[in-house]
Write a protein that binds this ligand. Structure first.
Ligand code: GLA
Length: 687
């Protein structure tokens, strides 16, 4: 194998090393939309913010229609007054550019800027959502309002952060408008240089799709059958690139006028339209919005995955939880309210995974509009409410944790996350509709979560040498360079576990030559002769990892090239054939799992893999998480008990409980602490 990549390994995270100017301690607050209220209410808001310990609010995110009531006419008087009021009260401002929701005049004047869906529907006004990201009129208008705001507020002493746009990719991502149709071949020309290169990359000789002129290449709109998957994959890249160009255009005019850091709020895990590792390089500070999926009874695990992904996108630097909810949301089928203590546990899980900001959508519940049933820091019930009391308590709690700011999380395990592979695997006509990349990532993550291991998400092109274990739960698209990087990782002494349907295609969704998984055969000592997907609901039995294990969805017909067989299929389409293999490659080990195991069934396999990696899982009671952040001189332990029973946990010597102000529940002689049911502990030990 050759060196991993001519360009060197991908390095995640922003170049900026600083933090928000003028904010002391952990940022606490939320989206603040005072324009929905008479100005008398603002005074009351600010007094209550102080009571709750709020030190940062996000304003202006949906204010374009008020800030620019007619094209080119600006009214900043109300925002000036708001800035001054917040400043006078010591509350810092995260200023939004309002470009996620252009005003009515914009769409009337530029109807051609409206987004068109795949089936040709033109999106109307009366909701929210940006215009087509490729619309020159939209881009010009967005840059103009961002410029005006930067000139006016860029040096305001209350300003701590720029919040460009809101959640790029939602609700608008794919666009099939005339603007997109014009921009798409230009983007392709830039990517491929020539039509010959495009025809080769897309394999257009299949189904007779060969292009002779650039203007023949259309967006992949509704079509009689499956669209060329390489074209679809490039369209996902194009969509992401167009959204990112909108962001960087606004960011650059702001940077030219203000030294305050710039962010845009991501939706880690929840928004497949954006390649967050690429976005993480473009912002100054990474921020994320997270909402629990209420139907999932263990949604604290999906929260943890989103938080770990956000930290990883930030390259391990501190990040901001820019939105979450104090209780239920309003946009799910059943908007389950959070129960007492749940909000604190959620906040602490984000904090324990590296967040130095705990923010909400939104400060005060709206009386009107689509989100009036969404919870808020200040709910419709007002201050005589459980939610308010918990919001005040959380503010006080965070106030006691200021010293945690800047400390870092350290992970021994990397779980591979490559958005391009997720896009490609999600396309049609794969061998089994039951094999879902998202499910595989979540299940492997759940196993690691239960085993108390801290996990980073990583691109396969990163330098992985610092991790004891790398898990590839769904690496369907794996470039030759990425496969070489993984091979070098193993040969250098790492332990790699690869799950089925990985290493199958290259960056153009072309099957790798040499048989399925060929690029990983040096690392794994095995390749796949034929996929053997199972029927819906079919189960197969694995023998060799203790008690027989049940597997579903998938099996492979494997060809061994040096790997030892750890488990075999007792039945199913390949009885007696290898199911799990282990291979010594250089100084490391390459494991392959050729089927789908649930999180319970993964336990005996992972125990063997951990042993190879020199990892010791932490035996924690069910639904308890223990997180660590370290600074130069202290180690912080954040213990969160999501379960209904009290638990006792071991603690390092000399531990102080930061939340009970010196009076500690830590028993220093026994070295344990009790975390009561549903509660959290934050402990400091010297380092
Ligand atoms: C998103 C948006 C907010 C709000 C919340 C509601 O995160 O950014 O404006 O709509 O969802 O949960």
């Amino acid at each position: 194998m050759t060196s991993p990549s001519v360009d060197g390994p991908f390095v995640p995270g922003p170049a900026f090393d600083g933090w928000l100017p003028g904010v002391d301690g952990i940022c606490y607050g939320g989206d603040y939309n005072p324009e929905q209220w008479p100005e008398e209410v603002w005074e009351q808001d600010v007094a209550l913010m102080r009571e709750a310990g709020v030190n940062l609010v996000s304003v202006g995110i949906f204010s374009w229609a008020l800030l620019e009531p007619r094209e080119g006419e600006f009214d900043f008087a109300w925002l000036d007054r708001l800035f001054d009021l917040l400043h006078a009260n010591g509350i810092r401002v995260d200023l939004g550019t309002p470009t996620a929701s252009p005003p009515a005049w914009f769409f009337r004047r530029y109807p051609q800027a409206r987004v068109v869906t795949k089936d040709g529907t033109v999106m109307g006004f009366g909701s929210r959502g940006m215009a087509a990201p490729t619309s020159p009129e939209y881009r010009a208008a967005a840059v103009r309002i961002a410029t005006e705001l930067a000139e006016r507020y860029g040096a305001h002493p209350a300003l701590a952060l720029w919040h460009v746009h809101n959640e790029y990719g939602a609700p608008v991502s794919d666009d099939y408008s005339e603007n997109a149709r014009r921009a798409w071949p230009l983007w392709l020309q830039h990517r491929y240089g020539s039509l010959e290169a495009l025809n080769a990359a897309w394999g257009t000789r299949f189904w007779g799709q060969v292009y002779g002129e650039w203007d023949e290449v259309d967006v992949p709109a509704a079509s009689p059958s499956v669209v060329n998957p390489a074209q679809r994959l490039d369209f996902a890249r194009f969509t992401d690139a167009m959204l990112r160009e909108c962001f960087t255009a606004e960011r650059d005019v702001i940077r030219a006028r203000s030294s305050v850091p710039v962010t845009t709020n991501f939706m880690a895990v929840a928004c497949p339209a954006t390649d967050l590792f690429a976005w993480g390089r473009e912002v100054d500070v990474v921020s994320n919005d997270h909402y629990l999926w209420a139907a999932d009874p263990r949604n604290h695990v999906t929260l943890a995955l989103a938080a770990d992904l956000t930290r990883s996108v930030a390259g391990g630097k501190p990040w901001m939880l820019l939105e979450h909810s104090s209780s239920g949301v309003n946009w799910q089928p059943r908007n389950v309210a959070k129960r007492p203590g749940e909000e604190l546990r959620n906040a602490m899980s984000h904090l324990g995974r590296g967040a130095d900001a705990i923010m909400f959508f939104q400060w005060r519940a709206s009386r009107s509009g689509a989100e009036k049933f969404h919870s808020a820091m200040l709910p419709h019930a007002g201050t005589r409410s459980r939610v308010w009391r918990e919001v005040v308590e959380l503010g006080a709690t965070l106030g006691r944790l200021g010293e945690v700011v800047g400390s870092r999380t350290q992970a021994d395990v990397a779980l591979l996350w490559d958005q391009e592979s997720l896009w490609a695997q999600g396309l049609e006509w794969r061998p089994s509709a039951d094999l879902q990349a998202g499910e595989r990532i979540q299940t492997f993550y759940d196993r690691l979560w239960r085993d108390g291991l801290t996990v980073d998400l990583a691109r396969p092109s990163q330098d992985l040498s610092a991790y004891r274990l790398v898990v590839a739960p769904a690496s369907y698209l794996l470039t030759a360079a990425d496969a070489a990087n993984l091979t070098a990782y193993v040969e250098g002494g790492g332990t790699l576990l690869v799950s089925c349907f990985s290493g199958i295609v290259d960056e153009h969704d072309r099957v790798h030559e040499g048989g399925f998984m060929a690029p990983l055969r040096t690392a794994l000592g095995v390749w796949v002769e034929e996929f053997l997907p199972l029927r819906e609901g079919e189960r197969v039995t694995l023998e060799g990892l203790g008690d027989p294990l049940h597997a579903t969805v998938w099996a492979d017909d494997l060809v061994l090239e040096g790997a030892e067989v750890v488990a075999t299929y007792a039945d199913g389409p390949a009885p007696g054939g290898p199911a799990v293999t282990r291979h010594q490659a250089g100084a490391g080990k390459g494991w392959y799992l050729s089927t789908v195991l649930d999180a319970d069934a993964l336990a005996p396999l992972m125990a063997r893999v951990y042993a190879d990696a020199g990892l010791t899982p932490t035996l924690l009671p069910d639904d308890v998480e223990v997180l660590r952040r370290v600074s130069d001189d202290a180690e912080y332990t954040i213990a969160i008990n999501h379960s209904p029973v009290d638990v006792r946990l071991p603690v390092p010597a000399g531990t102080t409980d930061l939340l009970s102000a010196g009076a500690t529940s830590t028993d220093s002689t026994s070295g344990t602490t009790t975390v009561p049911a549903g509660e959290v502990r934050v402990l400091r030990a010297p380092r």
